[in-house]
Design a protein around this ligand. Structure first.
Ligand SMILES: [Zn+2]
Length: 467
């Protein structure tokens, strides 16, 4: 057999467990998986003895916002960051200017991604214009799913969120009915808008504009109540829902109650909730302003438990690049700075650090980072695992070294906003990232090109409800 690339002697993370194998890649796909390479001829041979070979991570919650605000980041800069982090597919959220809520905007953003992306990308659509034809148009173009915010747009950013925010329940009801017709997954940012506006108003009345005030404006019940409202409303509709960025125990408890009675709802959490708490706000300041806010150590423990028992099925970044100037506005007034932090370069490192430390198995890590998301959004078995005929989206991970995060090694345009992780040391390193059979990142350098990433479209028939 002739292959383009042969990766020899790696510890390969198959779905059945980790095995020492040789992996052959031909025409961008995995063509051989064998205990030896007898009879295989390769254009290029990579010796990966002592290294892990993992499916590339699939970040199902990602923002670059192109073409809006290129100073924050674009498909090129932020997918280079993804490649450096071992993330081989990103599912980009619809927040942009204009917001991705029509077929025309969807086509424009898809063309941008196809031109600029270094890793594969899917695109969510926003259904909030409540226009069945536009929704159908986005589905026909290959929308990976939909996204709804139960909150109003952040202050001063209405244009980026037009068609995305449904704080009024009757409109939310209509949107859920429309997305239910598509068979695709709808991710929801669940926070109760009236409650958080009330809490915020109380804090402002008390002259609070310091960093911790932001967390106090969105206590756990703000998130839990929104999830309960959403899932109760959806009982008679049956849209396929996915709760974005679950931040703590109360929200998780509500999700579990609905899952126990058979609701079609999956949920994710993010590394910033798993590795940090509200105590880090003092150290990081406004750079750690995220929605929902980071919570307590007890919440963090509950999230890890949720990941291990399957009530949370994915770890996603919510990677959100902004400029230093935008984040520094909070020194004067926390309410004036946009929520979000970068994190795509630390996703795989953080989770593999925990796997190598024994908190979870390598296989569980791979499921949470790649396989479960691929199954949930209908892109498995094309992506999300290592198997014959799957796309060769792979990471060679060196477990025998460590990585200490510093801004000079980061590729995100928002590297100077990446204060949460600065100085942290993780077990292991992303040595090589391969996208569709081509190496795009190698030992600290981007070696791929804009356009190496492919547009990822879902197969609605294979969207999984088992999680
Ligand atoms: Zn987000």
């Amino acid at each position: 057999m002739q292959v383009d690339t042969l990766i020899r002697n790696a510890q390969v993370a198959l779905e059945s467990g980790v095995s020492r194998l040789d992996v052959g890649i031909r025409d961008g796909r995995i063509a051989a998986l064998s205990a030896g390479s007898d009879g295989i001829e390769a254009g290029e041979t990579i010796d990966a003895a002592g290294k892990l070979l993992l499916p590339g991570a699939i970040d199902i919650h990602f923002h670059c916002r192109a073409p809006a605000y290129p100073q924050r980041g674009d498909f090129a800069t932020e997918t280079r960051a993804a490649a450096a982090g071992g993330v081989t597919s990103v599912f980009e959220m619809p927040i942009s200017k204009p917001c991705c809520s029509t077929g025309d905007v969807f086509r424009m953003r898809k063309a941008l991604g196809e031109r600029d992306a270094y890793v594969n990308f899917g695109l969510y659509g926003a259904p909030g214009l409540l226009d069945r034809d536009e929704i159908a148009d986005m589905v026909a173009e290959g929308a990976i799913g939909f996204k709804i915010f139960m909150t109003a747009a952040p202050k001063g950013r209405d244009d980026e969120f037009e068609g995305l925010c449904l704080p009024d329940v009757p409109e939310l009801y209509q949107a859920l009915r429309l997305v239910a017709e598509t068979g695709l997954v709808c991710a929801v940012h669940a926070e109760n808008n009236q409650l958080l506006e009330w809490h915020t108003a109380q804090l402002i009345k008390a002259n609070r504009n310091d960093v911790p005030a932001h967390g106090e404006s969105r206590p756990p019940h703000v998130e839990a109540l929104a999830i309960a409202t959403l899932l109760a409303l959806n009982e008679s509709i049956g849209a396929d829902l996915h709760i974005a960025h679950v931040s703590g125990a109360e929200a998780l408890a509500v999700i579990r109650r609905f899952q126990a009675t058979g609701s079609a709802v999956s949920a994710e959490t993010c590394p910033h909730y798993l590795f940090f708490t509200e105590d880090d706000l003092g150290r990081v300041g406004p750079y750690a302003k995220v929605n929902p806010p980071m919570r307590t150590a007890a919440d963090q423990a509950a999230l890890w438990q949720g990941l291990l028992d399957g009530s949370l099925m994915s770890i996603t970044t919510d990677h959100s690049p902004f400029t230093v100037e935008e984040k520094e506005r909070a020194r004067e007034d926390i309410w004036a700075t946009p929520p979000g932090a970068p994190g795509v370069e630390e996703l795989l490192l953080g989770v593999m650090h925990e796997a190598l430390g024994g908190r979870l198995s390598v296989n569980q890590a791979v499921e949470l980072l790649a396989t479960n998301g691929a199954k949930r959004f209908g892109v498995y078995p094309e992506r999300g695992h290592i198997g014959i005929d799957a796309a060769a989206d792979l990471v060679i991970y060196d477990p025998n070294t460590e990585t200490t995060i510093h801004r000079d090694m980061l590729f995100s345009k928002a590297r100077d906003c990446d204060k949460l992780y600065a100085g942290m040391t993780f077990k292991g390193a992303v040595e090589r990232t391969i996208v569709n059979g081509k190496t795009v990142f190698l030992r600290g350098e981007i070696v791929g090109s804009a356009g190496d990433g492919q547009f990822v479209r879902p197969n609605a028939a294979s969207v999984s409800r088992e999680f």
